[in-house]
Ligand binder design. Structure first.
Ligand SMILES: [Cu+2]
Length: 148
């Protein structure tokens, strides 16, 4: 193969790898932090399909988001929900785990992805909801990074 064809093939392959990582994001029309989270997802290689909704609580109920886990927007990847300002590390974990129905960052913690407006960052937890309906703490985060 000529070098440029090899490069082209590599480009096509990486495009295909990303095609699987599509997130449908449901949000209210005037949600600025939801848009900032979408920008963050795109910057991290996800493809986002943006859905503007008129009744987010109905959407959340349909997607199986427990009210105690609620935030602003709700994403969906591979049939699993991503509730609120979830960092990509937790989304990657969600993709690998069959025991989870979804992940959530309840509320809107300062400094979480899409919620960084220069205010002091607050430590927060990413919660997984198991397919059996139990909450699991997947990790503690500050900003977009896990706290070690
Ligand atoms: Cu928000």
């Amino acid at each position: 193969m000529k070098p440029y064809l090899t490069a082209l093939a590599a480009l096509l392959m990486s495009g295909m790898a990303h095609a699987a990582d599509v997130i449908d994001v449901h949000r209210d029309a005037n949600c600025g932090c939801c848009k900032d989270w979408i920008t963050y997802l795109e910057a991290n290689g996800f493809e986002v399909r943006d859905h503007v909704e008129t009744n987010m609580s109905a959407v959340k109920q349909k997607l199986g988001v427990a009210p105690r886990l609620g935030s602003c927007h709700t994403g969906v990847i591979g049939g699993k929900f991503i509730e609120g300002h979830v960092p990509v590390a937790a989304i990657h974990e969600l993709q690998k785990r069959d025991d989870l129905a979804g992940v959530a960052v309840p509320g809107m913690p300062a400094g979480s992805p899409g919620m960084d407006y220069g205010q002091p960052h607050q430590q927060y937890q990413v919660i997984g909801l198991t397919t059996k309906g139990k909450d699991l703490v997947l990790g503690d985060y500050l900003g977009a990074q896990p706290v070690r």
